[in-house]
Design a protein. Structure first.
Length: 237
C-alpha cells in the first residue's frame, strides 16, 4: 500500500460548522490542490481531469444549495467522512489496515491519484480519534488545525442548520500542526493574507489562486453578511 506514504495528504481538523471545507475549496483554486471529489471504483474520469480548474470551479460552486435549501447544507457540500471514496472510520471506530486491504479494489482510482502525488488532497477530521485514524493510514500527512472559530461556528449553525445545538467536535491543539485563523474569513484582506501565509508555510513556489476564487468567496460571504456585527468586541477587528 505504497500510496499511503504520499506526503501531500492534508488532514484538516476543525469543529463541525467551522468552515473547514470552505478553506479546502479556497485552497483548491491553487494549482497544487484538488477539492474532495467523491470518487469511487466506477469513476471513469482520467486523473488529469481532476486538476482542471474548470472542473474544480464547477465542482466547488455546485456545493451551494439552491434557494430554500440552505438548511440542508450538508447534503450538498463535498464529503466529510469520505476521502475521494476512501473511508477510515466505520461510525466512530477506525478501520484496521487488514480491513482496508480487503477493500482495495474499491479504491483503484483513488490509489492512482494518491500514488501520483502531484497535488495536495484533503482529508477531514473533527476529533483526535479521527485525526489519529488518518495519521495511522497516511503517516507522512500534513496537519492543519482551524483556530479562532467561535464567531464563524455560531454564524454557520444559524445559516446552515435548523437542528438543535450539537456537539461540534473537540480536538487537542498540537504543537507541530499548522494553525489557520478561520476567524479572518469575514474580512477579505485578512483572510487571503492568512491563505497566502499557509501556502508559504507549505513551501509552495506558486501561492497564487485562480481569479475565480473571488466568485466563490463572494457568494459564500454573502450568506454571512446579514448576520455580521460591526461592534468593537468582534474578533474581526
Amino acid at each position: 500500500m505504497r500510496y499511503c506514504f504520499n506526503p501531500k495528504i492534508i488532514v484538516l481538523q476543525y469543529r463541525l460548522f467551522s468552515c473547514g471545507k470552505f478553506l479546502s475549496n479556497i485552497l483548491s483554486y491553487n494549482k497544487n490542490f484538488i477539492p474532495q471529489y467523491g470518487l469511487s471504483g466506477k469513476h471513469d474520469l482520467p486523473n488529469e481531469t481532476f486538476y482542471d480548474i474548470d472542473l474544480k470551479h464547477d465542482t466547488i460552486m455546485n456545493t451551494f444549495p439552491p434557494d430554500g435549501e440552505l438548511k440542508k447544507w450538508q447534503d450538498y457540500e463535498l464529503g466529510c467522512d469520505k476521502f475521494y471514496g476512501f473511508e477510515v472510520l466505520r461510525g466512530n471506530v477506525p478501520l484496521t489496515m487488514t480491513e482496508l486491504k480487503r477493500r482495495d479494489a474499491i479504491y483503484n482510482k483513488t490509489k492512482d491519484l494518491l500514488y501520483e502525488g502531484n497535488v495536495y488532497c484533503f482529508a477531514m477530521a473533527h476529533t483526535d480519534m479521527h485525526y489519529n485514524a488518518w495519521k495511522g493510514i497516511f503517516p507522512l500527512s500534513k496537519h492543519i488545525q482551524l483556530v479562532n472559530d467561535e464567531e464563524i461556528n455560531s454564524l454557520s449553525k444559524i445559516i446552515k442548520t435548523n437542528k438543535a445545538p450539537i456537539e461540534a467536535g473537540k480536538f487537542t491543539l498540537k504543537n507541530d500542526s499548522i494553525k489557520f485563523d478561520i476567524g479572518t474569513l469575514l474580512v477579505r484582506e485578512r483572510f487571503f493574507a492568512e491563505v497566502t501565509k499557509l501556502l508559504t508555510t507549505l513551501g509552495l513556489d506558486d501561492v497564487s489562486l485562480d481569479d475565480r476564487v473571488n466568485i466563490y468567496y463572494d457568494k459564500y460571504l454573502s450568506l454571512y453578511k446579514p448576520y455580521l456585527r460591526d461592534d468593537a468586541t468582534s474578533n474581526r477587528t
